[in-house]
Design a protein around this ligand. Structure first.
Ligand code: GUN
Length: 294
């Protein structure tokens, strides 16, 4: 039997519609418009594309988008100075510093400088710390893992008591995903590039999250029959039949996996649309927090 496909495009659109309605209501009731500031440092084309998509989605939903671009050789003081300026700007509810930053910059110090209540990426160490701790809750949850949790929820998958295996331990996805699944009462295993027998772990997973950035690493025989598979990977694979010379594939061998899994996210059209949708959701929440303090 082939797996049910989890439609991230449709679920992302549903989240966007919720945000659009909340923004409209906020404008009508309080004459208040949420604002998201994006900070792009340097010329990385993928980062520029992502930031552009985030800005366009803001505009579509009625959120003010304030774009800042710094040169690739911007100094630490310049980047932190901009963040502090945005912290102080009442028109800015959320601050998104696109990662990765150029190598000469201290990412930790930049993320530390973001006002906790404007940390719509959820990368501030206090928000991550609260996510990690029992009985505490962050103001904002990182967007991609939050999107994965929403995909599970919308697909009727309750992590409570389940075996969850995450492949990848990045600060942006793997680590916060593990903490979210643990908060949702799953038994969580984190695998990574040094894990000795990856398949032995992945075959135990009722919920398998692949977020290691390795094209089609997870084969069909590494998946427990009936498992829910969430594929966070976006990798370019050579494909001469495509005009651009490649196609996008996930960290999961989709064709093989869909014959084994119970539910699976495709690439593209799975997790991708959820990241932006959850950023919009977080920006809306940041605006609600700001309004409640007025
Ligand atoms: N780079 C890759 N994913 C993300 C993300 O979710 N937020 C930011 N700021 N940078 C990223």
């Amino acid at each position: 039997m082939t797996a049910q496909i989890i439609d991230g495009t449709a679920i992302g659109a549903k989240v966007q519609e919720e945000v659009r309605q909340a923004v409209a209501e906020m404008k009508e009731k309080y004459n208040y418009t949420p604002g998201l500031a994006t900070v792009l440092v340097g010329e990385d084309p993928a980062s520029a594309t992502y930031v552009g998509m985030k800005q366009r989605t803001c505009e579509k939903l009625g959120i003010r988008s304030i774009g800042h671009k710094l040169e690739a050789d911007a100094t630490q003081e310049e980047v932190e100075g901009l963040v502090r300026k945005l912290n102080a700007d009442p028109n800015v509810n959320g601050i998104l510093v696109q990662l990765p930053l150029p190598k000469h910059l201290n990412e930790e110090a930049v993320l530390n400088a973001i006002d906790l209540e404007k940390d719509v990426d959820g990368f501030h160490p206090v928000n991550i710390g609260r996510l990690a701790m029992k009985g505490r809750n962050p103001l904002f949850v990182p967007c991609t893992p939050a999107g994965c949790m929403r995909l599970l929820e919308e697909s009727g998958v309750d992590p409570n008591g389940k075996e969850a295996v995450i492949v990848g331990r990045s600060n942006i996805v793997g680590l916060p995903m593990a903490m979210l699944l643990q908060k949702a009462n799953a038994t969580v295993t984190i695998c990574h590039s040094r894990t000795k027998d990856l398949a032995e772990h992945t075959r135990q997973a009722d919920i398998l999250v692949a977020a290691i950035g390795w094209a089609e690493l997870i084969k069909g025989d590494m998946i427990k029959p009936g498992a829910t598979v969430i594929d966070v990977g976006t990798n370019q694979k050579e494909d001469a039949t495509k005009k651009r010379g490649y196609r996008l594939v996930g960290d999961v061998d989709f064709e093989a996996a869909k014959e084994v899994a119970g539910q699976i996210t495709p690439v593209p059209g799975g997790v991708g649309p959820m990241t932006i949708a959850m950023l919009m959701h977080n920006t809306m929440r940041a605006a609600q927090i700001a309004l409640s303090k007025k």
